[in-house]
Design a protein around this ligand. Structure first.
Ligand code: FE
Length: 141
């Protein structure tokens, strides 16, 4: 699903395999390396992706799938712990063939080309809890 190189100091350089789904591969990586807190940044190319938009009025996500080739101009995210498992929060901006960009909260994206990421592991765990007011799983310090 991926190859990686660990950089001393708690960082990992990752190359995800072509055609894998990014959030699935990142979750597998976090489980394998026992990462429960950290940050993610990266770029790549995808052929299909589902983005989410949280409507604050309804506290519900509205999902939309885009089936087209796009460049990931930025993928940014964080890793925390919820119910004892890695919890990924990912956002993405992607550029289309006409060079315009779309983006949102990333639910899933399938690589078509490459996906190169940097993951930094934090030395202490960071948790989350559900917040009634926003309908979000917020950091719990
Ligand atoms: Fe989000």
């Amino acid at each position: 699903m991926y190859t990686c190189q660990e950089i001393p100091g708690g960082k990992f350089v990752l190359s995800l395999q072509n055609h894998v789904e990014i959030s699935e591969a990142l979750t597998a990586f976090c489980l394998e390396k026992h990462i429960l807190a950290g940050s993610i940044s990266g770029l790549g190319a995808i052929s299909e992706a589902t983005f989410r938009f949280l409507d604050p009025a309804t506290k519900k996500y509205v999902d939309k799938t885009f089936a087209e080739q796009m460049e990931i101009t930025n993928l940014t995210g964080n890793i925390s712990e919820k119910d004892g498992a890695p919890y990924l929060h990912l956002h993405i901006t992607a550029s289309r063939r006409d060079y315009s960009c779309i983006g949102g909260h990333l639910l899933s994206a399938r690589i078509n080309g490459a996906c190169e990421l940097l993951v930094e592991r934090f030395p202490v765990p960071v948790g989350r809890r559900f917040d009634e007011e926003t309908g979000l799983n917020l950091y719990q310090f």
